[in-house]
Design a protein around this ligand. Structure first.
Ligand code: COA
Length: 265
């Protein structure tokens, strides 16, 4: 069935562009969009015509503004676990498919947006891109793999700082930290990202696939499923907590969250 929240484009032979297109929610990932991504990425993983996959957001404002907060607001623990597990299926497809995946981050990449980007092999960004893991401001933790993958890009202390503070990073800062390989002015961004994809698509597909497999294997992805499952369980257990209810209600009601237990003076 044709996806409702994705656009699939073929730029050059061998290059497939998957665009998240849910403009009303700044491309936020609801269950339907994650299901569509799972189907499309599974098909592309097996498609011999696709040599390089580029993941991007439709429009100029957002890559993905995170998991859908309105949908998550009333989730139970088991629904939270299932939601994280679906996110993990998508991120594993990006990380493990036997062909390069490039995140072309064109705007907000928050929460699940940064998490899908760091599941790709590398990230290129427009100078309008904004990254971050703001989950703690919602009373939850990252649930689509950042507790495992962010430190591979930026190192453990920086991953801790970013996840504990929820601070947003502009493209240049993200590049300085090693999160992003290249930052391009927005006017040239799509062409530059495609240029990189073309360069890779011209190489031996089987050699590139083998290199990806080994680079993943050697960069300590042992225990991937066990670690992601631990994250999904911890993510789910926060659902129904006072801070999760307050954090997400505050976002939906467009006000600041007032978390428990913090004496303000
Ligand atoms: N989930 C659900 N809806 C979202 C969303 C998300 N993660 N991010 C944005 N939206 C929706 C907003 O609710 C708003 O909908 P409305 O027009 O029906 O009110 C619409 O997208 C536009 O967002 P808005 O906040 O008005 O745009 P902005 O330019 O003022 O701010 C952001 C942009 C990205 C800074 C802000 O939307 C934001 O902080 N989003 C949440 C980011 C986040 O915490 N992600 C992690 C989730 S785990």
């Amino acid at each position: 069935m044709k996806p409702e929240n994705l656009l699939i484009e073929s730029a050059d032979p061998g290059i497939r562009i998957v665009k998240i297109a849910r403009p009303k929610a700044l491309n936020a990932l609801n269950t339907q969009t994650l299901q569509e991504l799972k189907e499309v990425l599974s098909a592309e993983a097996a498609n011999p015509e696709t040599r390089v996959l580029v993941l991007t957001g439709d429009g100029e404002k957002a890559f993905i503004a995170g998991a859908d907060i309105a949908e998550m607001k009333d989730m139970s623990t088991s629904q939270g676990v299932q939601f994280a597990q679906l996110g993990h299926e998508v991120t594993k497809l990006l990380e493990l498919m036997p062909k390069p995946t490039i995140a072309a981050v064109n705007g907000y990449a928050l929460g699940g947006g940064t998490e899908l980007a760091i599941s790709c092999d590398f990230i290129v960004a427009s100078d309008k891109a904004v990254f971050g893991q703001p989950e703690v401001a919602l009373g939850i933790i990252p649930g689509f793999g950042a507790t495992l993958r962010l430190s591979k890009f930026v190192g453990l202390p920086r991953a801790k700082e970013l996840i504990f503070s929820g601070r947003k990073l502009k493209a240049d800062e993200a590049k300085a930290l090693g999160l992003v390989n290249h930052v391009y002015p927005v006017a040239e961004f799509h062409e530059k990202a495609l240029g990189l994809a073309r360069e890779i698509a011209l190489q031996s597909h089987s050699a590139v696939a083998k290199a990806k497999d080994l680079l993943n294997e050697f960069s300590e992805s042992t225990g991937l499923n066990f670690k992601l499952d631990a994250e999904a369980q911890a993510f789910g257990r926060l659902f129904g907590s006072p801070d999760q209810r307050e954090g997400m209600s505050a976002f939906v009601e467009k006000r600041k969250a007032a978390f428990q237990g913090l004496a303000r003076g």
